[in-house]
Design a protein around this ligand. Sequence first.
Ligand SMILES: NC(=O)c1ccc[n+]([C@@H]2O[C@H](COP(=O)([O-])OP(=O)(O)OC[C@H]3O[C@@H](n4cnc5c(N)ncnc54)[C@H](OP(=O)(O)O)[C@@H]3O)[C@@H](O)[C@H]2O)c1
Length: 255
Amino acid sequence: MTALPRSPDFRLENRRALVTGGSRGIGFAAAVALARAGAQVWLVARQAAQLREAAELAATDGLILHTVALDITDTAQVADTLAGLPDFDILVNSAGLARHQPFLEVSEENYDAVMALNLRATFFLSQQVTRRMKQRQIAGSVIHISSQMGHVGGPDRSVYCASKFALEGLTKTMALELGEAGIRVNTLCPTFIETELSRENLASPAFSRYVLDNIKLKRLGTLEDVMGPVVFLASSASALITGASLMVDGGWTAT
Ligand SMILES: NC(=O)c1ccc[n+]([C@@H]2O[C@H](COP(=O)([O-])OP(=O)(O)OC[C@H]3O[C@@H](n4cnc5c(N)ncnc54)[C@H](OP(=O)(O)O)[C@@H]3O)[C@@H](O)[C@H]2O)c1
């Protein structure tokens, strides 16, 4: 043994992060975690008032979060807006929605709405951000907030699962194509966490029972549960990890 291995570096000073869906829920938790680790963070969401509230809340802990009101399904607007923002080292794609219905009843409207945000908007925003990372020779990290439902089926979740499985496939190919530029692309796959997206479902005792029956650690996820994994994937502590899915699912998919 000649040299002591260096400890991994989880700090993110001098790095800029863009977090879609950053005004609340998992995106906001990711943004706070990145800012606490030293990154400069920009939040993206549609509702300016909620973005403002998020930034004000973070400021109570001394964190500065920049805000960008933007509907990311409008790809032309995304390109215009990104042109006015700095280069990013970290991209967290958390904006997403769910419209659960039995497969035989899924409407075209719900299919289109879910796919437009969870897949199409994420796809083209990631294309814009990573194109610039490559041009500027930034060895960046892209983190798609996928789901355990990107790995297994779930009741009434045909469209949601289709969108998240697609995100998993996108991740693999982005990792293959962008690896040479030093850009890493991974997914983070949470189980159920109580947020605006999941609250209504979790309010049903039968559904809650189904969820807790499947989570081996016998509790729901919390926003704090995603914060460490986000910092890990964003930082050089995960320098050789790309094209991977980090399950934050309490063991749901272990069976
Ligand atoms: N909660 C869970 O149990 C769970 C589990 C696994 C995976 N996930 C995934 O985690 C991600 C975040 O979910 P969440 O539970 O945190 O949801 P959430 O609380 O509903 O937050 C969604 C965020 O996305 C933003 N957003 C929605 N449409 C947008 C658009 N067109 N353009 C820009 N921003 C938009 C929302 O702000 P505006 O409405 O102001 O735009 C909000 O900031 C999603 O991808 C979801 O699929 C969630």
